[in-house]
Design a binder for this molecule. Structure first.
Ligand SMILES: Cc1ncc(COP(=O)(O)O)c(C=O)c1O
Length: 452
């Protein structure tokens, strides 16, 4: 297998940086202007993570494509890191959103759409009772609150190198000696992480049992497969064993499907027959209109109802004035009902397979020491020869230099990947030609990098 020639990589990177500047003069000017009024020069701090010296500024987006202010066209495999997974501005969602916006956006009262969306979520994920939030972060935060409330226990178990949004309890990792510590970069943690959190590796059932056996864990908050450090798939039988351990030790099991909805219309919960007490999901439900949800079993909902202080329900820590608003519910109804349908997922997953195969062929034919992994319509490449079995292995397989180069190389040729790791997502509007364009440019990149 080849090793990457770092001095060649460095030269290629300089060339790509200058190509980027030449292609994006108007974005450069807007970025300069933004520095005068925006903290970090961007509307949100993580927008500094794009591969060029500044982000491209968007003119418009439609389907699986967008155009920047310099009239460059891009195929978008980032899709707003899942927020735009329904495709940009899907016609049927946009019509429903415009219709509802003209009839009232937020009232603190339900509309007819609410129960429709609840029933659809129940059909997809198999859990009967749902509530809505605006972000997946909030869905997770509220689920944790309910779990603590009904179990009377303080702690949360998460997987090493997980990401569940800006949830305080989850910004933790394992150190080299297996202790739970604050994750590198954790900003102003409110309490030391080991007070609230225990971290275990995905696929480490002994470690999980040790964590649960102490009897102080309210809830395990897990993605069914890690998706935020590349994709790390569970071993066969892992989830059945997790369920058994949670039941044995009286701990609730939360499955966060925010990204793993890529596995199918009901996420991994449906595709793999998982049995969580709580499902959380956000990002894509409303085609980009802030929409998220958490659902629970009959048994847990009975405990939640018994533990609800009705008089103080609005100030108890599960809130959000705009949550469950009319616009968000109309967006979810149209998007789930008309855009992110069961049939759409079949096409998206087939495109994911095509993307995976294209990348694998390039890696094998160029003898690159990398691999590609897929979860439904979500594909990732990682810079180690074989699949990672846990978060630490996946973290060790990151290569920031190579990653930034690939992202910029693709961007300069009209392809957008997520700025964090190497994720590509298929939307209902993505085509086989879009996928083949990526394969072609990826092969070209591999040839240049290996000097072929
Ligand atoms: C698995 C998972 N859950 C929750 C979130 C939080 O989503 P949001 O930032 O929209 O609250 C993310 C964000 O990337 C995520 O990957």
């Amino acid at each position: 297998m080849r090793t990457i020639d770092r001095s060649r990589l460095h030269d290629l990177m300089e060339r790509e940086q200058s190509t980027f500047r030449e292609r994006t003069p108007r974005s450069a000017a807007l970025a300069e202007d933004a520095k005068a009024s925006l903290l970090f020069g961007v509307p949100m701090n993580w927008m500094t993570r794009w591969p060029g010296e500044y982000p491209v500024f968007v003119e418009k987006a439609e389907g699986a494509r967008f155009w920047d202010v310099d009239a460059n066209e891009y195929v978008d495999f980032c899709l707003g890191d899942t927020g735009g997974m329904a495709g940009h501005a899907p016609k049927l969602s946009v019509e429903a959103i415009a219709h509802q916006a003209a009839r009232g956006i937020t009232l603190m009262l339900p509309t007819e759409d609410a129960a429709w969306v609840g029933r659809e979520m129940a059909r997809r994920f198999g859990l009967p009772y749902w509530n809505f939030t605006l972000t997946a972060t909030d869905a997770n935060r509220f689920a944790i609150r309910w779990a603590r409330q009904v179990t009377g226990r303080p702690k949360v178990v998460v997987h090493n190198w997980c990401y569940h949004g800006s949830v305080d309890e989850s910004i933790a990792t394992l150190d080299d000696s297996g202790r739970t510590v604050s994750r590198e970069g954790n900003l102003g943690p409110p309490v030391p992480l080991d007070v609230t959190t225990k971290v275990v590796e995905i696929n480490d059932l002994d470690g999980l049992e040790r964590a649960l056996a102490e009897g102080d864990v309210a809830i395990c908050m897990f993605e069914p497969a890690l998706t935020n450090i590349g994709i790390v798939l569970p071993d066969r039988g892992y989830h059945e064993a997790v369920r058994e351990l949670c039941t044995k030790y009286g701990t609730l099991l939360l499955i966060d499907e925010t990204h793993t909805i890529s596995a199918g219309p009901g996420g991994c919960t449906k595709a793999w027959g998982l049995q969580p007490d709580i499902v959380t999901i956000g990002k894509t439900l409303g085609a980009g209109i802030p929409s998220a949800a958490y659902g629970m079993t009959q048994e847990l909902s009975d405990r939640v109802l018994a533990n609800t202080d009705w008089k103080n329900a609005d100030v108890g820590g599960v809130g959000g004035t705009l949550a469950g608003n009319a616009l968000s519910l109309a967006a979810m109804r149209a998007t789930l009902g008309e855009v992110m349908t069961d049939e759409a997922f079949e096409r998206m997953i087939a495109l994911g397979e095509r993307f995976e195969q294209g990348v694998r062929d390039v890696m094998e034919s160029r003898e690159l020491p990398w691999h590609v992994v897929r979860l439904g319509c979500r594909v990732e490449y990682l810079f180690r020869p074989d699949r990672a079995r846990n978060g630490a292995e996946a973290a060790a397989g990151q290569d920031e230099e190579v990653e930034t180069f690939i992202h910029l190389y693709l961007l300069n040729r009209g392809i957008l990947m997520t700025p964090f790791h190497n994720m590509a997502l298929m939307s209902p509007a993505t085509t086989a030609e879009d996928v083949d364009l990526h394969t072609e440019v990826y092969a070209q990149m591999a040839d240049e990098l290996t000097g072929a």
